[in-house]
Design a protein around this ligand. Structure first.
Ligand code: ADP
Ligand code: MG
Length: 461
């Protein structure tokens, strides 16, 4: 049965509450439903349905003709609806359309919602340049993203943004898409994840033998764009056919001066299993990294977020969160959401004590450092054994590490001088005191020694 490839260009890629677009929803639903039908029924009636749009309560599927429409409506619709509910957790009903009905409906939908005519990009309104807080850690990435958004295809192509989880890569991508469409509402912007790209490719390849159309459709979808955004390309690692297809897509778009934007959790050269011809091409344009935000930026993000929520939150609370949650902006946000929820439920104002309680599962209590931890680190560094530190040996190779370890115990544990002495083979408390004073003195006279000791403190804390 012939598909209806002509609709894909105006296809609606609405991101639902679950974050899935209609392709993903339908792919998952059919995967679930397939075993419930005989092969022949599935191949004839179900696999040939084509999703073209999704709204809050309806997914639109295009049929090839009146016969398919009436048969599926009569015999299979309730099963399909049950499958949709199972994969989305929402009451989403399938509505079957004939090709001409689909054409009309998509025209109507795109009038109501301009995003529907943009080749499928529906941006998350929370993620714009305006809501992005700039700090040292992301200033460069922000600047190049904005440049690309204002001159897609001509400034930096491709743009690759890389960095750890929750540091704003997807946010910047959405911001670019939004800006491109604001500047030029007719632009064809396509956002997808590399997983979705792979999934669609596999579907296309599997269908290839009996239906060449899918492959063509896949190509048309990815090559008829002005801006292609592929999120998290590291998931293409070791996927040969995906990388190959993406390589050709890349070549095509680049030659046509269409903008390519990709994100990754690592520098392309550090993605294991990524073909060299891809990683070199990723470096053709510009590479910008996003780093974990510094304290000041974390505070600014929390303040902005509190403001967006319309809550005034005491500074000591924001400071507490910013100090504890250091390496992931998503976690920073969820910590704040959690105390807001906590305060709403308990009808209590937000204060520090409440915050500590609300976040105690998220922010682990500081791990207490014991002398054994200190001895281990110091012994490793100086190449001596813990027994040596506890012995009575007075030779320099043992005396220095012993003194350092005693000093660290005083700085990092709650033990008294006498208790520290016990940990070192029953030394007298004045010996411990002397050791600490000696270390302080040596730190003043030797810069190198000072750095070593400070490094111990930093690592152990
Ligand atoms: P990534 O894609 O790098 O894993 P996201 O872009 O999904 O991270 O960001 C995680 C969350 O943190 C999102 O809600 C995003 O809006 C927010 N966020 C990230 N960076 C910033 C920033 N600089 N300013 C404001 N919010 C940010
Ligand atoms: Mg992301």
């Amino acid at each position: 049965m012939e598909g209806n490839g002509e609709f894909e260009k105006v296809g609606v890629n609405r991101i639902k509450g679950s974050g899935k677009n209609f392709y993903a929803v339908w792919n998952e639903a059919t995967a679930l439903l397939k075993p419930e039908f005989t092969d022949i029924t599935y191949q004839t009636w179900i696999s040939t349905l084509e999703p073209v749009a999704i709204t809050d309560d309806t997914i639109y599927l295009v049929t090839a003709n009146e016969l398919q429409k009436s048969t599926v409506n009569r015999l299979h619709i309730s099963q399909i609806n049950a499958g949709l509910k199972a994969v989305t957790g929402q009451e989403i009903k399938a509505v079957l359309l004939l090709p001409n009905e689909a054409r009309e409906l998509l025209g109507e939908l795109s009038e109501q919602d301009p995003a529907l005519s943009t080749g499928g990009f529906v941006h998350n309104p929370k993620c714009t340049f305006e809501t992005f807080v700039i700090g040292e850690s992301n200033r460069f990435a922000y600047a190049v993203a904005e440049t690309v958004a204002n001159s897609p295809g001509s400034a930096y192509n491709p743009l690759l943004i890389y960095g750890g989880v929750g540091l704003g890569k997807t946010h910047l991508m959405h911001a670019i898409g939004h800006k491109v469409l604001t500047n030029n509402p007719g632009a064809n912007v396509l956002y997808t994840t590399s997983e979705n790209f792979t999934h669609e490719l596999i579907t296309a390849l599997q269908a290839k033998e009996n239906n060449v159309h899918y492959r063509t459709k896949f190509r048309k979808k990815y090559r008829n764009v002005d801006v292609l955004m592929i999120d998290d390309v590291q998931f293409m690692a070791n996927k040969e056919s995906t990388q190959q297809e993406f390589f050709y897509t890349f070549e095509d778009l680049k030659a046509a001066n269409k903008q390519i934007i990709i994100t990754s959790d690592k520098h392309p050269r550090e993605i294991p299993g990524l073909e060299e011809r891809l990683s070199t091409r990723f470096e053709w344009g510009i590479i910008a990294d996003v780093q974990p935000p510094d304290m000041e930026t974390r505070m600014a993000i929390l303040r902005r977020k509190a403001e967006l929520e319309g809550r005034s939150i005491p500074d000591d609370v924001l400071f507490y969160i910013a100090e504890k949650v250091v390496s992931n902006i998503r976690e920073l946000e969820s910590s704040l959401n959690r105390i807001i929820a906590y305060s709403n439920i308990n009808k209590q104002d937000i204060n520090l004590a409440m915050t500590e309680r609300a976040l105690k599962d998220i922010i682990p209590a500081k791990k207490t450092i014991v002398p054994a931890d200190i001895k281990k680190v110091v012994c490793e560094y100086y190449g001596v054994k813990p027994e040596d530190l506890e012995s009575k040996r007075r030779d320099t190779p043992v005396v220095i590490p012993r003194q350092v370890a005693m000093y660290l115990c005083r700085e990092l544990t709650v033990l008294s001088l006498a208790e520290i002495g016990v940990q070192f083979g029953g030394k007298h408390h004045t010996t411990v005191l002397h050791a600490c004073e000696k270390v302080e003195e040596d730190m003043r006279s030797s810069k190198e020694f000072k750095l070593t000791v400070e490094d111990f403190l930093k690592r152990m804390r």
